[in-house]
Design a protein around this ligand. Structure first.
Ligand code: AMP
Length: 606
C-alpha cells in the first residue's frame, strides 16, 4: 500500500507532509521549499505555472494569475466582471459555480485547486521516490458540505483519493500531540493570508470536538499587505515622486514589496524598502517603514480580531481562564501585535514551537499515519482498536474486520448453516484478538430466523459490519436466499476502554501459540467431519459396484480411523487420519468415474 500524505490546501500557501519514523515531516516542493504558494498562472505561451513561479510572474502577468482560489470553494457565483475584477473576485468564491475564463477556456475553483494539488502530488512523489495516491486533506472547520465535496473533487481530479478531510484546527492540535497530552480545552487561533478562524476544541475520549468556530472570512494577511502597500505608495510618492498605483504591474509589485516589509517587521523594528530600478525611472528609490508605523496603520484590523475570538469562547461556554492551550496557525500569527492580542485575551503564552505555516500539514500527516495504521498511541481516534467478528462453527472466532482498520469502514463475510435444515441462526457478535469466541468480548447476540431449510453448508448468510466515523457498529445479517435480515447496533458506549483493549492485546499475545494450536485442532475436527460426511455419501454410491470394491473397503477403514481419532480428540491424530481418508476418497472417486465411463460405453455398444 502506498503511504498516505497530509496536505494543507491553504488560501495563500499549501503544504504537504508525511510520517517518517513515527514523526511528521514536511515534504519540500521541487523548489526545495516547505510552502507552495496557492497560485496558478496561465502564461501567454499556453504554459501553466503553479507555486512560486506563478507568484513570481504575477507582476508581469497580473490578469492571468489566480490567487486565493480556496475562498471560492462551495459558494454562490458572484457577478463576474472583466480582467482584474475576475481575478480578485475569484478569491471570495471557492467551490461555487463561479467560472474563471482564460483564453476562452472556463475553469472552476475545483479545476484551479486540482492544479495546485497536482503539483503537491508530483513534488511529493519526486521527493519520496514512490507513488502517492492517498491524502488526508485539511479544510476550515466551518466549511460546509458543498465546500468539502468541492475539495474532494479537486483532489480526485489531481489523482488523489482523500481518505479523510480533517478540520484545520483539529490538525493543528494533532501536530502538537495534544490528544496524547489530554489537554482538554484548546483555542486555535488561525490568521492566514485571507481569513481569520478561531476555534475552540474540546478533547474527550481521544477525539477532538470543535465546540465553537468564529472568525472573519474577509480578514487576513492580504488586508495587512494592502495597508502596507498604501503606506509605501504614499512614501514613494512623497519622497521619490513615483506613482506606484498607476498600472496593474506596479500595483502587483507594490503588494509584493509590502508583504516582504510586513514579514521583516515581525522580527525587526524597521524595514527598508527598495524599488526595482525599472519602476523608479532608473533611480535607486528607498523608503523605510517602522514597526510602529505599520502597527498604527493596521491597528483597526488587529482590533477586529478580538470580537470573533471572544464570541467563539462565549459560544463554547468557556471562560478564557479555563483554556489549557492556545495554538497559533498561519503566517500572520508571527506579527507581534497579533501575538500581544492573543496573550491579552487568553492570558496564555501561545503554545509550542511548531512553525505556524506548517502546523496544519504536519497534523494532517499525523492523521494520515493513524489511518495507515503506523501510529499506535492515537489508535482510539480513528481506527477500530480490536478485531470484530462473529462466532463460527466449533466456537471459533471468525474475524470480519481486523483491528487497526481505519473507520468508517464496512466489510462482510458469508457464513453458512452448521446443521441440515437449520431455520434459525444465532449471530454472536464479538470483539477481540483471541482465536476462540469464548475468550473474546461479546458485543451482542441476535437470531436470524426463518432461513430456508437446507442441507448443511448450503445456506448463504451474509454478515455485514459497518462502523461509522463515530465508532458506532452496525451488524446486519441477511439470508441471501430469502433476503430476510436482522440488524443490531452497538453504541460506542459499549466499546471497550483503553485499559480493556490493552489487556485484551496482552492476553492475545501471551496465548498466541496455544490459541493457534487450539484453532488448528478445531479446524481439523471440522474438516474431518466434513470428510466423513463425504465418505458416507460416496460409499453409498459405491455399494454394488464390484470394480470399486477394493477402494470402497480402504475408504471404509480410513473413515473408521478418523472416527476413532475424533473420539480421542488429539488434533495431530485427527489430521493424519483425515489425510489418509482424503486420499482414499480421491482414489474411490476416480474408480467410480472410471466405472461410470465404462458403463456408458457398454450402453452405447448395446
Ligand atoms: P497562510 O495563509 O497561513 O499561509 O498565511 C500566509 C500569510 O501569513 C500571508 O499574509 C503572509 O504574508 C503572512 N506571513 C508569513 N510569514 C509571516 C511573518 N514572518 N510575519 C508576518 N506575516 C507573515
Amino acid at each position: 500500500m502506498t503511504q498516505t500524505i497530509g496536505i494543507d490546501l491553504g488560501t495563500t500557501n499549501s503544504v504537504a507532509a508525511y510520517m517518517k519514523d513515527g514523526r511528521p515531516e514536511i515534504i519540500p516542493n521541487l523548489e526545495g521549499e516547505a510552502l507552495t504558494p496557492s497560485v496558478v498562472a496561465f502564461a501567454r505561451d499556453q504554459r501553466r505555472w503553479v507555486g512560486r513561479v506563478a507568484k513570481a510572474q504575477a507582476v508581469a502577468n497580473p490578469l492571468r494569475t489566480v490567487f486565493s482560489i480556496k475562498r471560492q470553494m462551495g459558494r454562490v457565483a458572484p457577478e463576474a466582471g472583466a480582467g482584474e475584477q475576475i481575478v480578485s473576485s475569484i478569491k471570495r468564491h471557492m467551490g461555487s459555480d463561479h467560472v474563471l475564463t482564460i483564453d476562452g477556456r472556463a475553469y472552476t475553483p475545483v479545476d484551479i485547486s486540482a492544479m495546485i494539488l497536482e503539483k503537491l502530488k508530483a513534488d511529493a512523489q519526486a521527493y519520496l521516490g514512490r507513488k502517492v495516491e492517498r491524502a488526508v486533506v485539511t479544510v476550515p472547520a466551518y466549511f460546509n458540505d458543498g465546500q468539502r465535496r468541492a475539495t474532494r473533487d479537486a483532489a480526485a481530479l489531481a489523482g488523489l483519493e482523500v481518505v479523510r478531510l480533517v478540520n484545520e484546527p483539529t490538525a493543528a492540535a494533532l501536530a502538537y500531540g495534544l490528544d496524547i497530552e489530554q489537554a482538554h480545552t484548546i483555542l486555535v487561533w488561525d490568521l492566514g493570508g485571507g481569513t481569520f478562524d478561531v476555534s475552540v476544541l474540546e478533547l474527550g475520549d481521544g477525539v477532538f470536538e470543535v465546540k465553537a468556530v468564529n472568525g472573519n472570512t474577509r480578514l487576513g494577511g492580504d488586508d495587512y499587505d494592502e495597508r502596507m502597500a498604501a503606506l509605501l505608495a504614499e512614501r514613494f510618492a512623497q519622497q521619490w515622486q513615483v506613482d506606484l498605483t498607476a498600472s496593474p504591474e506596479s500595483r502587483r509589485m507594490l503588494r509584493d514589496l509590502a508583504e516582504r516589509a510586513k514579514i521583516r517587521l515581525s522580527t525587526e523594528a524597521q524595514a527598508p524598502v527598495t524599488l526595482p530600478r525599472a519602476f523608479g525611472r532608473g533611480a535607486r528609490c528607498e523608503v523605510t517603514v517602522t514597526r510602529e508605523a505599520f502597527e498604527a496603520a493596521t491597528a483597526d484590523l488587529t482590533e477586529q480580531l478580538e470580537a470573533p475570538a471572544r464570541a467563539a469562547l462565549a459560544d463554547a461556554g468557556i471562560d478564557p481562564v479555563e483554556l489549557d492551550r492556545v495554538v497559533l496557525v498561519g503566517g500572520m500569527t508571527r506579527v507581534p501585535a497579533v501575538r500581544r492580542l492573543v496573550r491579552r485575551i487568553t492570558g496564555l503564552e501561545p503554545y509550542g514551537h511548531i512553525d505556524p505555516d506548517q502546523v496544519v500539514a504536519l497534523g494532517a500527516a499525523v492523521q494520515a499515519g493513524v489511518l495507515d495504521g503506523g501510529l499506535r498511541h492515537v489508535t482510539l481516534v480513528d481506527v477500530t482498536p480490536l478485531s470484530l467478528g462473529i462466532e463460527t462453527l466449533g466456537g471459533l472466532f471468525g474475524r470480519v474486520i481486523d483491528r487497526n482498520t481505519p473507520i468508517p469502514t464496512s466489510r462482510s463475510r458469508l457464513f453458512t448453516n452448521a446443521r441440515d435444515n437449520q431455520t434459525v441462526v444465532d449471530v454472536h457478535v464479538l470483539q477481540g484478538e483471541r482465536e476462540l469466541a469464548a475468550d473474546n468480548m461479546t458485543l451482542g447476540t441476535f437470531s436470524l430466523s426463518d432461513i430456508t431449510p437446507q442441507p448443511r453448508g448450503e445456506a448463504k448468510i451474509e454478515v455485514a459490519f459497518d462502523i461509522d466515523a463515530n465508532g458506532i457498529i452496525h451488524v446486519l445479517a441477511t439470508d441471501l436466499q430469502t433476503d430476510a435480515s436482522r440488524r443490531i447496533l452497538v453504541e460506542p458506549a459499549g466499546a471497550p476502554r483503553r485499559e480493556e483493549i490493552e489487556a485484551a492485546l496482552a492476553e492475545s499475545r501471551a496465548r498466541m501459540d496455544s490459541d493457534r494450536r487450539r484453532r488448528e485442532e478445531i479446524e481439523a475436527g471440522i474438516r474431518a467431519e466434513n470428510l466423513l460426511r463425504a465418505a458416507d455419501d460416496m460409499l453409498g454410491k459405491a455399494s454394488g459396484t464390484e470394480s470399486v470394491e477394493t477402494f470402497a473397503g480402504a475408504a471404509d477403514v480410513a473413515a473408521a480411523a478418523v472416527r476413532e481419532a475424533l473420539a480421542g480428540g488429539n488434533g495431530e491424530n485427527i489430521g493424519v487420519a483425515a489425510k489418509e481418508l482424503e486420499n482414499c476418497l480421491k482414489a474411490l472417486q476416480a474408480a467410480l468415474r472410471k466405472a461410470a465411463a465404462f458403463l456408458a460405453t457398454q450402453g452405447q455398444a448395446a
